[in-house]
Design a protein around this ligand. Structure first.
Ligand SMILES: Cc1cc2nc3c(=O)[nH]c(=O)nc-3n(C[C@H](O)[C@H](O)[C@H](O)COP(=O)(O)OP(=O)(O)OC[C@H]3O[C@@H](n4cnc5c(N)ncnc54)[C@H](O)[C@@H]3O)c2cc1C
Length: 564
């Protein structure tokens, strides 16, 4: 088949790799001048780094391009961490695939990501302390029966029973969650848990971001499930190495950057035509098309077919939460030399930026470093009306306040430069986070194909806001395309979905996979949402290159039509 893919985010690239592995021709159209979408490592330009300690000798020793792209002054403006849990195992499988088939210089090396560090201090109402401190509740004036608990313990009392249900049996646990889908998390805490308003606000402030508890109950429980992981990973040199390596394997001839698709139409012979912005002659026709893009981007395509009522509603209505990230480049990694050195992890605060993320890369280095300030929801929206200079001014002001008790730290003296991304102003509008009722209304219809136009993206999975969700959706979409093809060729209905092996699982012997299926009672269709979730930590050595077997052999043996 000849398949067109719109969007070179991780869902588009993953779909492309799968289809290419199965022997199909893929062409990817990407509106921007880079691949990766919401996986975006921003690298501060090299010349700035001379001011902060990179010498001419360093350049001659390592080469300019290596210094530019390897270590040092970068931060994750998009995705930054991967939980080492069974829910995200397909991302680790993908890394294994990339390291097997990608060139050595594009190798994706995983390093630990530190979610919490023992020295991470919080800052509320002008005081520093530990987030776990049980005295915050009394200080915030909560009713007495809530004193003596940390915000995390209060949240856990409501959330943990739900996480246990989901871990015991995801499908039945999720069905049960959906009974409360019309509730916001706030409504559940008020009406079911019977918490007073101030307790809800207290827990939201310390454990989340402003107004996030007005999202659906289902969404917040799923977010807690994904975050409830001890070990995490990130990529040495930046997360964009994942998408850059994927693009290299796909081949630059098959990816068209700077090519915004603005027209989609069905043609009489049953194929689909794509038109590219600014070039009336650039029209390409495909057997099938995958729209691997968020609904806001889909909504702005100038001319496309009108689909069913609820499909259009899902495109119009799917809620995305605003996200804001600013990377502040400093001369030294002063946070690692403070009286409570923060070696990775995160601080929570009621200051306007809400979270400080201490980098997990290059810990202990003596060069410059980048602190990341991160806001979501209403806290993120507040930055949108300000100029970049005003945003930097407020961030430095509040950061200086955070470090006011450290006489040796002057944030202003340390500052070199900043770069920020208001994700709500980008093509995507942020990350999918459903409003009450949206799982029930949209989750099914949004991912259904419309003739031979298919859909992919994190918003179509149950794991919104995660790379794993985008990958999960790409797998389901590819299985649907190949199922349709099998039906066409055999002339009979395929009554079971095709089994498609995720990228990087090719090397697991069939017997091992099928015994795993039987022992763990997991569905052979690789949908992370339908697995029994047992404790399954991805071992650290998963990023090690595995021995390579013939790609074509792997492809033909794994694509099995269950109906045959
Ligand atoms: C700030 C932030 C932090 C995050 N942190 C994490 C994290 O720590 N861990 C994690 O796992 N996930 C994280 N995520 C989520 C993760 O990045 C996303 O779920 C995932 O990258 C989404 O991939 P996608 O392919 O669905 O969409 P996208 O990455 O949005 O890709 C869509 C692509 O389509 C292109 N496009 C749009 N319109 C058109 C058009 N008309 N024509 C052609 N191309 C078009 C876009 O330019 C884009 O490249 C984070 C996201 C953000 C924004």
């Amino acid at each position: 088949m000849n398949i067109g893919i719109v969007g070179a985010g991780i869902s588009g690239l993953y779909t492309g790799l799968l289809l290419q592995r199965e022997g199909h021709k893929v062409t990817i159209f990407e509106a921007s001048d880079r691949v990766g979408g919401r996986i975006y490592t921003y690298r501060f330009p090299l010349q700035r780094r001379f001011e902060s300690g990179v010498s001419e000798e360093d350049v001659s020793a390592h080469g300019r391009s290596e210094l530019d792209t390897s270590s040092g002054a970068y931060f994750e403006a998009g995705a930054m961490r991967i939980p080492r849990s069974s829910l995200h195992s397909q991302v680790f499988d993908l890394v294994r695939y990339l390291n097997t088939y990608g060139p050595a210089e594009k190798k994706v090396e995983l390093i630990p990501y530190i979610l919490d560090h023992e020295n991470n201090l919080s800052f509320f109402q002008n005081k520093k302390g530990r987030l776990q401190d049980t005295r915050w509740a009394a200080k915030a004036g909560l009713p007495e029966q809530f004193h003596g608990n940390s915000a995390q313990e209060l949240l856990g009392s409501v959330v943990l029973p739900w996480l246990t249900k989901l871990r015991t049996n995801f499908d039945s646990g999720f069905e049960e969650l959906l009974k409360y889908d019309e509730y916001s998390f706030r409504a559940y805490l008020r009406l079911v848990a019977r918490w007073p308003h101030e307790v809800v606000d207290f827990v939201e402030l310390l454990c989340s971001q402003t107004n996030q508890y007005d999202l659906s109950f289902t969404e917040i429980i799923m977010q807690n499930l994904d975050f409830d992981t001890q070990e995490w990973a990130t990529v040495k040199g930046g997360m964009s190495r994942i998408t850059e390596c994927a693009a290299t394997i796909l081949g630059s001839d098959n990816i068209h950057l700077g090519s915004r698709v603005e027209r989609i139409s069905y043609v009489d012979d049953g194929r689909v035509e794509l038109g590219i912005e600014g070039d009336p002659d650039q029209i390409a026709t495909f057997d099938a098309v995958v729209l691997a893009m968020p609904p806001s981007a889909l909504h702005t395509i100038v001319d496309r077919p009108k689909w069913s009522f609820m499909k259009e509603q899902s495109i119009r209505g799917t809620h995305f939460e605003p996200l804001y990230k600013i990377g502040l480049h400093f001369r030294t990694r002063f946070w690692e030399k403070s009286s409570t050195p923060a070696l990775g992890g995160q601080s929570t605060t009621d200051l306007r930026f809400r979270w400080i993320v201490y980098p997990s890369n290059d810990i202990g280095g003596d060069g410059s470093g980048v602190l990341l300030l991160y806001s979501w929801m209403t806290d993120a929206m507040k930055w949108a009306g300000l100029s970049p200079e005003e945003r930097i001014k407020i961030c430095l002001h509040d950061l200086n306040k955070f470090y006011a008790d450290e006489p040796d730290i002057n944030v202003y003296d340390q500052y070199i430069e900043a770069y920020d991304v208001l994700w709500m102003n980008e093509f995507c509008g942020g990350d999918a986070m459903f409003l009450p009722g949206q799982f029930s209304r949209y989750h099914h219809v949004a991912k259904q194909p419309e003739r031979n136009v298919y859909f992919a993206g994190e918003h179509l999975s149950k794991h919104h806001t995660w790379i794993a969700g985008a990958v999960d959706s790409a797998l389901n979409t590819t299985a649907a395309i190949l199922g349709k093809q099998a039906q066409f060729h055999s002339g009979k209905a395929v009554d079971k979905p095709v089994t498609i092996i995720p990228l990087g699982r090719e090397h697991v012997p069939l017997e091992e996979e099928s015994s795993r299926v039987m022992e763990e009672n997991v569905a052979p269709m690789m949908d992370i949402s339908s697995r029994l979730l047992k404790a399954f930590i991805i071992p650290r050595h998963m990023n090690v290159q595995v021995s390579c077997i013939s790609l074509s052999l792997a492809c033909t043996s794994w694509l099995q039509l269950v109906s045959e």
